[in-house]
Design a protein around this ligand. Structure first.
Ligand code: CAA
Length: 389
């Protein structure tokens, strides 16, 4: 295959992602504002896909995709009907100003104490977010060592902020003073909302939800950070499915401003609104979506990451692809840098879920990703993934 220019690499990887974003809008799965906010605040992109598509020109993107579809026959390259329509009409996807009148969400429940279950990277970051916003946080882990790890993670982040002149020792003491760690789930009995961020395994989460259902008071909200499991099914294992909701944070949680707020058919409007209000109160941007594999962001992000691996399999250099993406579209990390941050095991799990749900041959996980996981080359956390650390 002839070597591609940086512009061609960016188009190869980014245009199908734009097409998919239009498909979400066409399906009325999410609003244009939420689709764009999802990618801006979840992944740090300078613009969301629909605004970016408008800036390139819907007809330009449509024509490039149509030419590619003629070559590949891959459905993911076929311009979706709404893209065809907007391109034909010379219209645009953004700029309607519809979001300006969106009502400001209000708390329908009193939320003063937050519970977090888990002690990994996501859980630690989430504990930090709520403690920094002034909430008392009770967090539960399996051992004192793991609980100490959460405090260590937050202390390190706050020390880094102090070193940069962005915080004081007093702020740090106040944040740490709001934390209560426990290895006993019963410590969560009095909290108003629990966020679970434990292993991404339905059996493990189901056991936890049943237990939390017994421990928490009536009216307490149960939120999950799952990125790939069916929240509806989790909700149905409790006696309070209307109080169960998804709050999907992004890595690193203290930095990425997005929370995907995922409602199921059971979630009550009051719980949805309270979680929206809480998300805003802790300085995050909430977007709403339904309980579908990948929600908004992962369903747009991971096919693009998978395509990048397939492009590398066809001969392109990893460093060249990373550089092309950062230079041409201004994403903060190239696809291989991001894969190594997310972890190849996590990426493979998400890609398998997307492939199973949407059944598009183009979504089949790249062979190299399967191989990296089998070899234990999971990314930064193991010292080697696509790049070496
Ligand atoms: N914890 C806390 N704070 C951190 C941090 C961490 N792990 N890493 C960086 N920061 C802070 C820094 O302290 C710095 O703060 P200030 O601006 O207040 O000084 C800020 O973040 C920027 O950091 P740096 O200057 O060191 O680095 P950078 O400019 O290269 O930015 C980045 C780092 C914010 C991670 C940026 O590269 C980025 O936005 N990357 C994209 C990440 C992304 O796409 N995440 C989503 C992954 S998908 C996912 O999470 C969903 C899923 O289900 C798998």
């Amino acid at each position: 295959m002839a070597e591609q220019t940086n512009e061609q690499i960016a188009q190869t990887l980014v245009f199908p992602y734009l097409n998919q974003a239009v498909k979400f809008l066409q399906d009325e799965y999410a609003t244009a504002t939420d689709i764009d906010n999802g990618m801006r605040f979840g992944c740090g992109y300078p613009a969301g896909p629909l605004a970016y598509l408008d800036s390139v020109g819907p007809a330009v993107v449509r024509d490039a995709l149509a030419a590619r579809f003629a070559e590949t026959g891959d459905n993911l390259h076929k311009p979706v009907a709404l893209l065809e329509k907007v391109a034909d009409e010379g219209g645009s996807f953004t700029g309607g100003g519809g979001a300006a009148n969106a009502p400001v969400p209000a708390f329908k429940h009193d939320i003063t104490t937050i519970g977090v279950v888990g002690t990994g990277t996501m859980a630690s970051g989430i504990v930090q977010v709520f403690a920094q916003a002034g909430y008392d946080v009770v967090f539960v882990g399996r051992s004192q060592d793991k609980l100490d790890g959460v405090v260590g993670y937050i202390t390190k982040n706050l020390d880094r902020a102090i070193a940069k002149g962005k915080g004081t020792e007093e702020d740090k003491a106040a944040v740490l003073g709001r934390l209560t760690g426990s290895s006993d789930r019963a410590a969560l009995a009095g909290v108003d909302l629990v966020i679970e961020a434990i292993a991404e395994d339905l059996a493990i989460k189901t056991e936890l939800f049943k237990d939390l259902d017994a421990i928490l008071e009536p009216g307490a909200i149960l939120a999950t950070t799952t990125s790939s499991l069916p929240i509806t099914q989790l909700a149905e294992t409790t006696s309070r499915p209307s109080d169960v909701i998804g709050m999907h944070f992004f890595n690193p949680a203290p930095v990425m401003k997005l929370v995907e707020i995922v409602t199921t058919v059971h979630t009550s409007a009051e719980v949805d609104e309270t979680v929206k209000a809480l998300t805003a109160k802790v300085g995050k941007v909430g977007v709403s979506c339904g309980d579908r594999s990948g929600f908004i962001v992962n369903a747009l992000l991971f096919p693009y990451l998978n395509d990048a691996i397939k492009l590398a399999e066809s001969g392109a250099e990893l460093g060249t692809i990373d550089a092309a993406i950062k230079e041409q579209v201004g994403f903060p990390m190239g696809p291989f840098e991001l894969l190594d941050v997310v972890g190849n095991d996590v990426s493979l799990a998400i890609e398998k879920e997307l492939y199973a749900e949407f059944k598009e041959p183009g979504l089949a996980p790249a062979a190299t990703l399967e191989r990296k996981v089998a070899e234990g080359k999971l990314g930064r956390k193991t010292g080697e993934g696509f790049h070496t650390y």
